[in-house]
Design a protein around this ligand. Structure first.
Ligand code: SAM
Length: 291
């Protein structure tokens, strides 16, 4: 039926009515399968108590389903050509607010305070614009935006990196960055044919549940992330070689070996084999010795 926005016929009709053409540069791939959307919403754990933040409503395919399942939805959309369309397609849903803003510039904390009840659980649910997947998620995590979970459709390759553990080929500094703030899991793989137009890459739905507490104790977060990044700088190289490169300004090269020994970590290991707990010990040992 054409009851929903997320159908090929309804979507085509809307695009035609408004003469809308997709902008690749804005990552515009709209979903035309309502079952996929309802699955995403179920995986996100959305119920009638939930507040939802959506990034990039497009013509409102996901927004409409969220409006039905959640208490309230606030969407950030950057493309002004979509504003009159959204005003029309989402007209029947008074619990939806569309903000005409770039998510990367937005003060999301303030929006949450303004739109949701103080005790209300708020979730991010989105089919993200793929060209800025990582900046959007890292912004929301680093700014400690008070949301319970983030359930997002992103390119599969990035989802794999965000969910990977040690000794997995996708494991790297992005895995640590995301998993420091959240528990992450891929909850769905999604075929290309549910999008209009179909994207060039495979897609997955990643669910991130924000941690109440950091999983490891680090003396200095920025320093910790810098050490992690350094250990993965050249994946095939040992910790010792990557760290010597990182601390190249230091005259005494033996300090790297000595500090690794002190941290109890074999200098011939590679970054990909270290757990987050080991990275924390490593970073703290360097931090206390050198800084
Ligand atoms: N939610 C719709 C759906 O699932 O059919 C559309 C998803 S589409 C992959 C991404 C949307 O994000 C587009 O509507 C695009 O215009 C919007 N967008 C791109 N960059 C943005 C930004 N910086 N801030 C807010 N929205 C953005």
């Amino acid at each position: 039926t054409d009851k929903w926005i997320a159908t090929p016929t309804r979507t085509k009709a809307i695009l035609e009515t408004y003469g809308f053409t997709f902008k690749k540069s804005l990552g515009q791939n709209f979903i035309i399968d309502v079952n996929i959307l309802q699955n995403i919403i179920r995986k996100a754990g959305i119920d009638k108590q939930a507040g939802v933040i959506e990034v990039g409503p497009g013509i409102g395919a996901l927004t409409e389903q969220l409006a039905i399942s959640a208490d309230k939805v606030v969407g950030y959309e950057i493309d002004q050509r979509l504003y009159p369309i959204l005003a029309n397609t989402l007209g029947p849903y008074p619990n939806v607010n569309i903000l005409h803003e770039d998510i990367l510039e937005a003060d999301v904390k303030r929006t949450i305070d303004a739109h949701f009840e103080p005790a209300q659980p708020v979730h991010v649910v989105a089919n993200l614009p793929y060209y800025i997947t990582t900046p959007i998620l890292m912004k929301l995590l680093r700014d400690h935006v008070p949301v319970t979970s983030l359930t997002v459709m992103i390119q599969k390759e990035v989802a794999d990196r965000m969910a990977a553990g040690p000794n997995h080929k996708s494991y790297g500094s992005l895995s640590i960055a995301v998993q420091y703030y959240t528990e992450s899991a891929i909850v769905m793989n999604v075929p290309k044919n549910v999008f209009m137009p179909p994207p060039n890459v495979d897609s997955s739905v990643l669910k991130l549940v924000r941690r109440e507490q950091a999983p490891v104790q680090v003396d200095n977060e920025e320093y910790f992330f810098a050490i992690v990044q350094a250990c993965f700088a050249q994946r095939r190289k040992t910790l010792r070689n990557n760290l010597i490169r990182h601390f190249k300004a230091m005259a005494d090269k033996t300090i790297v070996s000595d500090t690794l020994k002190k941290a109890g970590i074999d200098e011939t290991r590679r970054g990909e084999s270290l757990t987050m707990a080991e990275f924390a010990v490593l970073a703290n040992t360097f931090y206390r010795l050198i800084e």
